[in-house]
Every structure is written in C-alpha cells, then in structure tokens.
Design a protein around this ligand. Structure first.
Ligand code: KE4
Length: 426
C-alpha cells in the first residue's frame, strides 16, 4: 500500500510539473521521491506519513525562530480579524518599512513586494533606469530568483538540476548579463575595462547560499564596493537569504559595507510571501509613481505577511539570537568534520552563524567550480542516511543549510548524532 506521501505525489505528478511548485523540492538530485509535510513546529516537520523530522531547511530561510512560532501565529491571527488584503496602503507596511530602515541603515527608502525574485528583478530594472546603462554583472553560482536577466549561470535549483542557464531566455537578454567568477578581482577589472560606461550594476549574494554556502575571500567585497564606485555602477547586495539571518543588519553590517541597493525577503514575511528592495533615496525615488521606473504588485505590502514579518523582526530584537545560532552552526560542522576525519573522508564545512554546507571534497570551496568538485552522489547517499535517521537536509549538494533558535538543545544534539552516524555509514 503506497504511503500517504506517495499517494499525494502520484496525484501531484498528474497536475503539477514534476509534482512540485519549486524544482529544488523534487529530490531529483538526491534521488527518491519527496515527502509531503502536514505540519511544522519549532525545529521539526511532521510528514503526511506521520514522521517527525528535524529540519535544516527552515522553509529555505524564513523560519529563523522555528516553525509556527506562537508570536508569529498570533500576529497573523490578529491581522486576519481585519481581512486578508486591501489593495490600498495599510498601517502594517509602514511599520515594516520603518523596521527595515532601522535594521539596515543603508536602506533610506524601501519598496515591498511578494517574492525575492520580484525584489531582485525590480532592483536590476531600477539600476538600469537610474544609470541609463544596460549591462549587469552577476557571479556564477549566485541565485537571485528566476527573472530572465538573472537566470544565467544561476545556482540553487538551476544548478541542482544542471540547467544554470534556463531555456526560454532570448540570447539578446543574456548578452546584457556579464557572468564572472566569484572571488576573482582580476575578472572584475577586465569586465569593467572592456565595458567602460556600460555597466549599470553588480548584483551578488555577499555570502553565497545558493551553490552551497561560500564566504568571500578577505577584502573581496570591499574590492567590489570600490570598483563599482569608481565606475559609477551601482552595488546591489542580494540579502534575501542572509538579511536578518547572519546578523541584525545582514552581511553589510558584518562586513561594514554600504551597498547602493539591498534586496530582502524570506525572514521579513515570517513564512508568508514577501520580498523587498531598498537603498539610497535618490535612487529609490526613480520608482513609479515618483519616477520613470515602473514596478508594482497586487499583494505588495500584504497585511498578513507584514504582520507576520513585524512579529518576526521584533522577536529578533528581543531574543538577539545571533551568538546562539552561530554556536549551533559550529556544533553541527564540528560533529560532521570529526566524523569525516575519523572515516578518512574529505569534507569542507564552511559556516557563518546559522548558514553552512557540507561539501564532500578535499578542495577548499571558494566559487562554483570548486563547489562542483564536491561528490554530489555521495551527498545523495548522505542525505538519505540522515533522512532515514529523522534529519531533513536541503535535498541538494548546492544549497545552504539553515538553523533556527528552536534547534537548541535536544534537537541539535540528536541531529549531530544522526549526521555522525550517517557519515560513518558512507
Ligand atoms: P524567491 O523568489 O524564491 O522568494 O527568492 C528568490 C531568491 C533571491 N535571492 C536569493 C539569495 C535567494 O536565495 C532566493 C531564493 N532561494 C531559494 C533557495 N536556494 C528558494 C528555494 C526555492 O527556489 O524553492
């Protein structure tokens, strides 16, 4: 008799391409069929098959306080009393804007939308409209959502499924996107020298989460800031994943860099659909209805998503979780490295705070090519050994893991045991 998840997947496959509404969920790179989640609380998912799994995906970042946190649930319930969407300005979006500007001093003005993809797509359009230049620079392996200009040598699900360059993007579009290797200052110099006065912006994940977790070489981000300022190109930090997660003010606070624009998402929606982009007021004022760059959205600033995000951000300021999240991340990586060492298995475990990845390779991972030296097949076996043990990892060798404050205590200890045993079993 097929399990409830198997029955649900069979039905989904009839009507939804690949049976999923986002490709990375399909387990295609790790093998097997995805389970369906019935509910989630704290650090665990409860599957349709009644299994409880310790979750290291955290719905790809938003659940920094764990799933279904009572404070966030209560905030949504209270907002729900007044309706779900108004299509007019509402008080929640003003409060959210004030919080974002407080957490991110580089953001003088902000526009809310409904996904990270919308945020980065709009930021690119704004950079092009403000500079009156067409070319943009992105880095191989960085994923900024699925808009045409950015789905080129992209990470995350695109890389996971071996299509970093999606079909359906006109060559003329792709020509305007210059893709460079991450952590390579010479490549930056050459690109700007060859395109003088033509580059509107650089967009990057300052710490990469979408080719697995990768940190920049010391001084690299500072170099990116310098060369963009020199050439009148805007610097866009895509902090959809890292914002509010790696520190109160994201990577730009850690690295003390002031980008011109910042893209945000995930955590500011408390689990509901959200995105945001903001930065220098003189740039943001080029957006409609003030300026010539059009951007819009039916559900932008949705009251329920805003209420959830406001509760989430206020809770961050109350619990100040960052040292604890970093300790949890270190605990998992230390356990994995110790098990791999004992087994004689090469393993890299780059980590910062609650983001980290395990790469089965002897090579230090510092860009997409070195990430690709990781043994993806071995990762698949490791993934299923952990899943059998009740621990759910991102179903791809090229994704960051995520932790929440709810992982502290029994969950993290149990997870470290399972990860250790799984490595020993490889
Ligand atoms: P969304 O459109 O998925 O809300 O955000 C796109 C996006 C933009 N920028 C960064 C740095 C991101 O990580 C993302 C989305 N992250 C992936 C996880 N690697 C979402 C998971 C999925 O695609 O299902």
């Amino acid at each position: 008799m097929p399990s409830p998840s198997e029955q649900l997947f069979a039905r989904a496959l009839q009507l939804i391409p690949g049976g999923v509404n986002s490709p990375v969920r399909a387990f295609r790179s790790v093998g097997g069929a995805p389970f369906f989640t019935k509910s989630a609380k704290g650090a665990t998912l409860t599957t349709a098959d009644g299994r409880e799994l310790i979750d290291f995906v955290c719905t790809w970042g938003p659940a920094i306080h764990g799933h279904n946190h009572p404070r966030i649930k209560a905030a949504i319930a209270a907002a729900l009393e007044h309706g779900t969407s108004f299509g007019t300005p509402n008080p929640y979006e003003v409060e959210m804007a004030e919080l974002i500007v407080d957490f991110f001093p580089s953001v003088e003005k902000v526009r809310l939308c409904s996904s990270g993809t919308e945020a980065t797509m709009s930021a690119i359009r704004l950079a092009r409209g403000f500079t009156k230049r067409d070319k943009i620079i992105k880095f191989a392996g960085c994923y900024h959502g699925h808009s045409d200009s950015l789905l080129i040598k992209a990470g995350s699900g695109a890389l996971t499924h071996g299509h970093p360059d999606s079909a359906g993007i006109p060559a003329s579009f792709a020509l305007e996107t210059i893709v460079l290797p991450y952590n390579d200052t010479a490549a930056l110099d050459a690109a700007f020298a060859a395109n003088l006065g033509k580059i509107a912006c650089i967009i990057l994940e300052p710490y990469i989460g979408n080719v697995g977790f990768i940190k920049p070489d010391a001084g690299y981000l500072q170099y990116v800031r310098k060369i963009t300022a020199q050439h009148g190109a805007l610097l866009i930090f895509d902090e959809v994943m890292t914002g509010f997660r790696l520190s109160r003010g994201g990577v730009q606070e850690v690295e003390k860099i002031v980008p011109d624009l910042t893209c945000l998402g995930k955590i500011i929606g408390g689990g509901l659909p959200v995105g945001a982009f903001g930065g220098r007021a003189d740039i943001m004022d080029h957006l409609a209805p003030l300026g010539p760059v059009y951007q819009a959205g039916t559900l932008s600033g949705n009251p329920l998503a805003m209420a959830a995000g406001i509760a989430q951000l206020r809770l961050l300021d109350e619990v100040k979780p960052y040292p604890r999240l970093d300790a949890l991340g270190r605990q998992v990586c230390a356990a994995a490295l110790a098990a791999a060492k004992a087994k004689g298995l090469p393993l890299q475990a780059p980590q910062f705070g609650s983001m980290f990845s395990l790469f089965f390779t002897p090579t230090v991972v510092r860009d997409m090519p070195t990430a690709l030296t990781s043994d993806a097949k071995l990762f698949g076996r490791f993934f299923h050994a952990c899943l059998d043990g009740g621990v759910y990892l991102p179903p791809s060798a090229y994704e960051s893991w995520f932790l929440s404050t709810a992982h502290e205590g029994a969950a993290i200890d149990r997870a470290c045991e399972v990860i250790t045993k799984s490595i020993q079993s490889l």
